[in-house]
Design a protein. Structure first.
Length: 145
């Protein structure tokens, strides 16, 4: 099974954002444009042997506000989630549904065929099927004697 990881550079920025949020909470300053619950959108990625499958939870996002690009070995999701009306005028007891722009890049590790990518969006879940390039598919080797 292949495990897919995001870039280490993104991990460093996410950790810095988390510390900034903790400091803001400590001093009573809260920026609701930052994600308080972790990385957005949450993504699951798996390999079925012929394709990589990416599932991203993006509720409340219009497909017009979503940009999906792929290179031979990477998938990038960019978009923006609009705020819920006037967030600054509300006194929240808990605010976990963030707004603002996001950018996730997934390193696939193996080449894909960008011409055969298929994407579907249903019930707030984006499913992207990224077929491996023909030369990257596993082959059965016959041993001759």
């Amino acid at each position: 099974m292949t495990v897919l990881r995001t870039h280490r550079f993104n991990d460093i920025w996410q950790e810095m954002n988390r510390w900034q949020q903790h400091m803001g909470d400590l001093f009573g300053e809260r920026d609701y444009s930052k994600n308080a619950c972790g990385v957005f959108p949450p993504i699951n990625t798996y390999d079925n042997g012929e394709s990589y499958i990416v599932l991203a939870e993006i509720p409340g996002i219009s497909l017009d506000d979503l940009d999906i690009t792929a290179t031979a070995t990477q998938l990038t999701l960019k978009g923006e989630r609009s705020p819920n009306n006037d967030i600054a005028d509300r006194s929240y007891h808990r605010a976990e549904r963030d707004h603002g722009s996001f950018n996730r890049t997934i390193d696939l590790g193996q080449p894909i065929d960008p011409d055969k990518i298929d994407a579907r969006f249903e019930n707030g879940v984006l499913e992207i099927v990224l077929p491996r390039a023909a030369h990257a598919l596993p082959r059965q080797i016959t041993v001759k004697n």
